[in-house]
Design a protein around this ligand. Structure first.
Ligand SMILES: Nc1ncnc2c1ncn2[C@@H]1O[C@H](COP(=O)(O)OP(=O)(O)OP(=O)(O)O)[C@@H](O)[C@H]1O
Length: 263
């Protein structure tokens, strides 16, 4: 789906944000790109989404093209700042924008928007001006706006930062239910096992320092700490008590483990 070769990017002020990153993301994969603040995740997302011209390297999409504009309708890129998505007069218009750009039939688009608005608690806010939404509402509206046109690949930069637990669950469910490929960029290892089966760790110098199965990377405390992160809370909790191959990665796995043990 996405084949990136030797991506490096230096911003005009001389900051090198990503260094020589090569990665391939296959159809249907669920990948989390993790890294500390400033490690280069957002820059990598912009590069994979074809929104910056990197200093070096190429990205090939769907074995077809290296020009993201040719496949814009197949890429759902959610940037970190919801304000980048919400620029129309009302939330409804923002949600209608993507499908309209792509020529989706009006009725199908309306049904999709209604369903997403319902799932994300936006139904009562559709006629509101986006700048009059709360931070979490804006983020939910931005998530809805990339899902409206059902892209083959979702590239989501921290889609959960501002939302409360109820909508966090809903967004995770929508990500899990998405039939295509999902790439989540996040500084929070805790989130990763909820959505991904593969992790790419970006080190603080902007290079990809590890790429592998979720359990292998998230239970490697020293690797994560070396790059400014910590293992998920449950892994920390069971550190030294359970082996890496049995340690619960999520709260629900931990509950199952404890209820079995305490029976
Ligand atoms: N427009 C810019 N001009 C100059 N430097 C930038 C620019 N945007 C980001 N950087 C720098 O590039 C590096 C990588 O930033 P990036 O936003 O990609 O990191 P990140 O991993 O997404 O961080 P966070 O977790 O804080 O969102 C940082 O050192 C940052 O200061």
């Amino acid at each position: 789906m996405i084949d990136a070769r030797q991506l490096s990017h230096e911003y005009p002020d001389g900051t090198t944000a990503i260094r020589n990153i090569t990665l391939t993301i296959e159809e249907g994969e669920r990948v989390a790109v993790i890294g500390a603040n400033g490690s280069g995740k957002s820059t990598l997302q912009l590069a994979l989404g074809g929104l910056i011209d990197t200093s070096t390297g190429t990205v090939e999409y769907f074995e077809e093209t290296t020009d993201a504009e040719d496949v814009r309708d197949r890429l759902g890129v959610l940037l970190q700042d919801p304000d980048d998505y919400l620029f129309n007069t009302t939330v409804r218009e923002d949600l209608e924008y993507g499908p309209a750009q792509l020529g989706m039939p009006r009725q199908a688009a309306a049904r999709r928007i209604e369903r997403l608005a319902d799932r994300l608690g936006l139904s009562g806010l559709l006629d509101r001006a986006p700048f009059r939404l709360s931070g979490g509402e804006k983020q939910r509206a931005a998530v809805a706006s990339v899902l409206t046109f059902d892209p083959d690949v979702l590239l989501l930069d921290e889609p959960l930062g501002a939302v409360d637990d109820r909508y966090r669950e809903r967004i995770l469910e929508l990500m899990t239910a998405h039939e295509g490929t999902v790439v989540l960029f996040t500084p929070s290892p805790d989130l990763v096992p909820e959505v991904a089966d593969r992790v790419i760790l970006v080190g603080q110098n902007g290079s990809a320092v590890a790429d592998g199965p979720v359990r292998e990377i998230l239970t490697d405390g020293s690797l994560l700490r070396d790059h400014g992160l910590r293992p998920p809370t449950t892994v920390q909790l069971f550190d030294g008590i359970l082996d890496a191959d049995e340690v619960p990665l999520t709260v629900s796995e931990a509950r199952k483990y404890l209820s079995r043990e305490m029976r």
